[in-house]
Write a protein that binds this ligand. Structure first.
Ligand code: PMT
Length: 403
């Protein structure tokens, strides 16, 4: 099941000006078809009306520990029994302190104390409050309980100061939630992933490139992070923003990608080369825009380095090497040939003829090829495809079973 669809989230809102951002977060959760129940503290209600949250969630908002409505009996116990995860956003210094000391003096803190489900805390406050040793101690205590902290951003704060304490972006909170529902089977591993096209300049105005959007590689990076890997993503020129919690190295040409990849590959447990690297580049880059009258009817090209083949030739013992292949026919035999020639463990062969597969779409249809055989996956979202690739990598690392 993709994303947060069907997940039951208890959204706890506390008294910070950032409570207005929780309205947008709730909208995003509902759009993704998560089932969201909202609990607000009294202070939160001073910033945003409960009516806003009940209208958007489609459920009444839980506010009072001593609410006598029949369906709210023992609400502090039932709230967490009826949810898969708790998201507290924004979490004030006060609520963090209460939770750190096991206090249960309002409905939200009582529900969290009684919970047996994962808790994600998104602090938001003035930077002096955040950096005060008391708050930092409290945050560490929450981490020691197993709560996941989504670190706040730096920037201009509502109080006019500039510093740490802005509520994190929704993307970071969403990733934290998604990781709760994934195995942590890549924990302790460093994975190096390439994504997107490369761009080879012809003159100051023109370049050669391809239609890769980077979506497949970024999906691999996000899903690996959710499974607890340390992720380094080397990305060609794409329009996608950096996924949270991932080191992103931006490059342009195949040679730049080669340098970035070779520089990091030696310490990677897994390398996945989903980038569509240009095989050729113009032999020379003209210093000025080439005029129509100067063009002689052909373009001199030279070969780019084959990064995957180079990695395959010098791979450290135990490293898993995964290549991609964009093919329009003979998927399995082409995958087997590239597997052999590039000394890879796994080739992910794309069907690039379908309208919903390959370049610049949200879905993909791939065949996984290793030395023992091949498995054709159905048409899936790129994130679901990425998860199936990580399943195969985990199998390869754990022994000779094959795909
Ligand atoms: O980015 P998206 O829009 O989401 O599209 C995804 C994708 C279609 C680009 C991706 O899924 C994909 O198929 N990537 C690999 C495309 C490709 O370059 O295939 P290839 O058969 O030309 O190369 C085989 C392998 O060698 C690839 O792992 C490639 O990264 C690597 N290679 C190729 C040439 C080169 N000079 N150096 C390389 O490392």
């Amino acid at each position: 099941m993709p994303g947060l669809h069907g997940k039951r989230i208890l959204l706890g809102i506390t008294g910070s000006i950032a409570a207005y951002k929780a309205v947008e977060w709730l909208r995003s959760l509902v759009k993704e078809e998560a089932d969201v129940t909202v609990a607000m503290t009294e202070a939160a209600e001073r910033f945003v009306s409960p009516l806003t949250f009940s209208a958007l969630s489609g459920h009444g908002v839980h506010r009072d520990l001593f609410d006598e409505a029949p369906d709210r009996v023992m609400a502090h116990i039932n709230l967490s029994r009826e949810a898969d995860a708790i998201l507290v956003a924004p979490a004030t210094a006060q609520t963090i302190a209460r939770l750190a000391h096991g206090m249960a003096d309002n409905l939200l803190t009582a529900a969290i104390l009684a919970a047996r489900i994962p808790v994600v805390i998104c602090p938001a406050m003035n930077s002096f409050m955040l950096n005060h040793p008391a708050t930092q101690d409290n945050i560490r205590r929450l981490e020691s309980f197993g709560y996941r902290i989504v670190q706040p951003n730096s920037g201009e704060l509502a109080c006019g100061e500039v510093g740490d304490g802005r509520l994190a972006d929704w993307d970071a909170a969403r990733e934290a939630l998604l990781s709760l529902f994934q195995p942590d089977d890549l924990k302790g591993m460093t994975v190096l992933i390439t994504a997107g096209p490369t761009r080879e300049a012809l003159d100051p105005a023109r370049f050669l490139s391809n239609r890769s959007s980077g979506k497949m590689g970024f999906a691999l990076a996000r899903t690996a992070r959710r499974r607890d890997a340390e992720v380094v993503l080397v990305a060609g020129p794409v329009q996608l923003s950096d996924p949270p919690g991932i080191e992103v190295m931006r490059v342009t040409t195949a040679e730049e990608m080669r340098q970035a990849v070779v520089g990091r590959a030696a310490v990677a447990d897994v390398v996945v080369k989903s980038a569509a690297v240009a095989d050729f580049r113009p032999a020379a880059i003209a210093g000025h825009k080439i005029k129509k009258t100067q063009y002689g009817g052909h373009l001199d090209m030279v070969k780019n380095p084959d990064i995957l083949a180079e990695l395959g030739a010098h791979r450290p013992l135990g490293q898993i090497l995964v290549g991609f292949a964009a093919e329009s026919q003979d998927h399995v035999s082409e995958g087997q040939r590239k597997l052999r020639e590039k000394n890879a463990d796994l080739m992910v062969v794309n069907d690039i003829l379908g309208v919903q597969t390959g370049f610049d779409v949200e879905t993909n249809q791939v065949t996984l090829v290793d030395c023992r055989g091949s498995v054709a996956l159905p048409l899936l979202s790129k994130e679901e495809t990425a998860d199936r690739i990580w399943d195969a990598v985990v199998q390869l690392r754990s022994g000779p079973a094959g795909i």
